[in-house]
Design a protein around this ligand. Structure first.
Ligand SMILES: O=P(O)(O)O[C@H]1O[C@H](CO)[C@@H](O)[C@H]1O
Ligand SMILES: O=c1cc[nH]c(=O)[nH]1
Length: 236
């Protein structure tokens, strides 16, 4: 067991999905994994291991924000040997071409966080593992999913004054969407020799059509599409 994860050695699979929301981890395990066994309940951060298409896969929540995911991703990669770490989460649109429920694969991530300022003598550029990114993109295209790949921003805040002006600065330089954990995940994965990718669904956009008009059925289909995309990317 590590400081925040109760699993014994070998109870967590090398390939793991990492939603921010622990209840989403529970939903994925109960709905998409066979023979899922819970390996963590510490702090309500549920983690499960089961099988998908005959292969062992784990899923665990990470909480919100870089400090939270840094703790879990470090323990999973360093102490449990996780090798493929796929974050799946929700995001805000910065590019005008994105609409609600589009999928975004974070190729690289800018950040407002200072996590790396004390490690490097310059500015580190956290990026996705190319193999995972390439595989995920091609599966999404084969399935006809609305998928976009690009630089994203990992913010330390969700709420900010003058949000539209703030977004425009990043969007003017090609940043397409925002979330709050990816830079931590990509940095830790690199440090411990794991492959990482962030897959996101757009839930907030000030552009048309916005997220408010989206039906419950479309949301459910989008969640299912994203989970199956992440699972098929995660297996060997
Ligand atoms: O849906 P998740 O994975 O939590 O991701 C996004 O949603 C949360 C904010 O609502 C932040 O954690 C952000 O990164
Ligand atoms: O704008 C948004 C929406 C969801 N999650 C974020 O981090 N930002």
């Amino acid at each position: 067991m590590s400081m925040h994860i109760a699993a014994k050695a070998g109870e967590i699979a090398p390939n793991i999905l990492l939603p921010g929301d622990p209840m989403r981890a529970k939903h994925i395990a109960e709905t998409y994994l066979e023979d899922a066994v819970c390996f963590n309940e510490i702090r309500g951060m549920y983690g499960y291991t089961g099988t998908y298409k005959g292969q062992r896969v784990s899923v665990m929540g990470t909480g919100m924000g870089i400090p939270s995911i840094l703790i879990y991703a470090t323990e999973l990669a360093r102490d449990y040997g996780c090798k493929k770490m796929i974050r799946l989460g929700t995001a805000g649109a910065y590019s005008e071409k994105l609409k609600a429920l589009d999928l975004v694969l974070s190729q690289a991530t800018s950040t407002t966080s200072a996590i790396n300022d004390h490690i490097f003598p310059g500015h580190y550029a956290p990026c996705a593992d190319f193999e995972l990114l390439d595989k995920c993109y091609h599966i999404a295209r084969e399935r006809g999913l609305p998928v976009y790949v690009g630089n994203t921003i990992c913010n330390d805040h969700l709420y900010i004054d003058n949000k539209e002006e703030y977004k425009k600065v990043w969007a003017d330089y090609g940043v397409i969407a925002s979330e709050m954990e990816g830079a931590g995940l990509y940095t830790v994965a690199a440090r411990y020799g794991a492959k990482a990718l962030t897959v996101m669904s757009i839930v907030e956009t000030s552009f048309k059509p916005g997220a408010k008009g989206v039906s419950a059925e479309d949301k459910e289909k989008n969640l299912k599409d994203m989970i199956l995309l992440a699972l098929d990317t995660a297996i060997d």
